[in-house]
Design a protein around this ligand. Structure first.
Ligand SMILES: *Cc1c(COP(=O)(O)O)cnc(C)c1O
Length: 219
């Protein structure tokens, strides 16, 4: 069962350079499909929904880390802090404040990425490039959050047309590193999905989020 998942993972892991980590995006997938990806060598699971993360949690082993990659509502912050090893989608101060508070209650320092709205699209989540230094400075001040880098979705475009957006996110990432904020560890640049990860890696991504390329089309 699920031999196609094993084949997809092996092919991806052999073509993706070793400094890049693959996040297997689990939305709509069954615990058995997720287990097949883990068996084949995946170490990071990405979840968009808290409820799905709860139903598949029991199957994860200690070597697996879990990233939250969806839109985090304030009433789910407590669960998110309990369930996840990294939150990729912090995009406003209110959310950062709530995460810091819950992390403190859990005695945990929560690793986070800032989601950037690199296409400056009105309906999309993420901070605008101009707001990035300000929010990074604020997150650095929170004792129970640790900033690990940036994440972006990019506009809904074909891979080649996404290249300039990935390149701009890379420049923001480099600038953020050069700020040398003391209590941070700026090391992850999460960009690229199944149809764009090769371009994203060329432009500097070191975390790619793959659903379809691993599990096939979502139905
Ligand atoms: C669904 C999703 C992905 C993966 O999409 P695919 O095209 O299936 O690879 C990546 N990132 C986020 C935030 C997603 O919601």
């Amino acid at each position: 069962m699920y031999s196609y998942i094993r084949i997809n993972v092996c092919r991806l892991l052999s073509e993706i350079p070793p400094h890049v980590s693959v996040v297997a995006v689990a939305k709509t997938r069954t615990p058995e499909e997720i287990a097949a990806a883990l068996d084949a060598g995946i170490h990071i699971i990405g979840q968009n929904y808290i409820q799905e993360a709860i139903s598949s949690r029991t199957k994860l082993n200690e070597n697996t880390s879990c990233h939250f990659i969806g839109h985090l509502q304030s009433n789910k912050v407590k669960k998110a802090v309990e369930l996840f090893d990294l939150i990729e989608t912090v995009d406003n101060l209110k959310l950062a404040t709530a995460l810091d508070h819950q992390a403190r209650l859990h005695g945990k320092v929560m690793p986070v990425l800032i989601e950037v709205n690199i296409g400056r699209e009105a309906q999309k989540s993420g901070v605008l490039p101009d707001e990035l230094p300000g929010i990074a400075l604020s997150i650095e001040q929170f004792p129970n959050l640790k900033l690990h880098g940036l994440m972006t979705m990019g506009p809904h475009l074909t891979a080649e047309k996404l290249r300039p957006y990935f390149a701009e996110t890379r420049r923001l990432f480099d600038n953020l590193q050069q700020l040398n904020l003391p209590d941070t560890n700026i090391r992850y640049l999460s960009m690229g999905m199944s149809d764009s990860y090769l371009i994203a890696i060329e432009e500097g991504a070191n975390l790619v989020r793959l659903g379809t390329a691993i599990f096939g089309q979502r139905c």
